[in-house]
Design a protein around this ligand. Structure first.
Ligand SMILES: NC(=O)c1ccc[n+]([C@@H]2O[C@H](COP(=O)([O-])OP(=O)(O)OC[C@H]3O[C@@H](n4cnc5c(N)ncnc54)[C@H](OP(=O)(O)O)[C@@H]3O)[C@@H](O)[C@H]2O)c1
Length: 225
């Protein structure tokens, strides 16, 4: 644990049913954090308070806020991890706009909705982590999964806006890339393990100081937007 990282507290991880979200929730619980694991379908994630949460559904998010307020009173960190990748093989010229609309709903608008909903439960020193992707980097144009990549570029913009908007409250907001990881989304041929991906996601919570905000990070190193 580095200087400035949280050493305990209550953390909500979205999309904790499988993949990187589940690994991040497990990792935090093992280190003594109180972990609220947001999942769409009922699941058992040892050591966590499992919470029904569909981030794309406003009523579900409202109910989750009420639950966290009643049961935990406050939130120290939010990990906006849930996402979908529903691009087929279409390039951007054939991209059905409905695919983009659905992807933006989950990958971009939902993290914003979650931040708006949960920031009032967070105080000075709080952290919001938006799990983005190298595919969203404008500096390195991606020629795959256009809806997904556009949604992550937009998520990066949301991150910068939230970082500015939450500075007065002392809440740090950062985007992270986990690298290409072996999950349902990443596929079996991905080079990175769940542990490596989760470490990259959790760096702004476990290692970074409270003043580190408004950046895009992989493995604790700043990357280009
Ligand atoms: N794997 C990679 O190589 C890679 C690379 C760069 C970035 N990322 C990012 O890392 C994050 C995690 O990816 P992953 O590889 O672990 O993906 P994954 O294995 O496909 O898991 C996605 C998770 O998101 C949840 N989810 C999707 N829509 C949701 C919704 N509306 N409400 C609540 N939960 C929802 C899924 O829940 P259900 O089980 O209910 O479907 C699942 O738990 C994502 O933000 C992804 O974009 C991954």
């Amino acid at each position: 644990m580095g200087a400035g990282g949280l050493v305990g507290g209550t953390v909500l991880v979205t999309g904790a049913s499988r993949g990187l979200g589940r690994e991040a929730a497990r990792w935090l619980a093992e280190r003594g954090f109180t972990v609220i694991a947001g999942t769409r379908a009922p699941a058992l994630i040892p050591g966590t308070d499992v919470l029904a949460l569909d981030v794309a559904d406003e009523a579900s998010v409202r109910a989750a806020v009420a639950h966290v307020k009643a049961r935990h009173g406050r939130l120290d960190a939010l990990v906006n991890n849930a996402a979908i990748q529903i691009d087929g093989t279409d390039g951007v010229l054939d991209l059905p706009l409905e695919t983009l609309r659905r992807t933006l709903e989950t990958n971009t608008l939902a993290p914003l909705r979650m931040a708006q909903a949960f920031a009032p439960l967070m105080g000075k020193g709080g952290r919001i982590v938006n799990v983005s992707s190298g595919g969203g980097q404008l500096s390195t144009p991606a020629a795959w999964a256009p809806a997904y990549c556009i949604s992550k570029t937009a998520l990066n913009a949301v991150t910068v806006q939230l970082s500015e908007g939450l500075k007065p409250k002392g809440i740090a907001v950062n985007a992270v890339c986990p690298g290409w990881v072996r999950t349902d989304m990443g596929g079996a041929e991905a080079p990175r393990s769940l542990e490596e991906g989760a470490a990259s996601i959790l760096w702004p919570i476990l290692e970074a100081g409270p003043d580190v905000t408004g950046g895009f990070w992989r493995d604790g190193k700043r990357i280009e937007w």
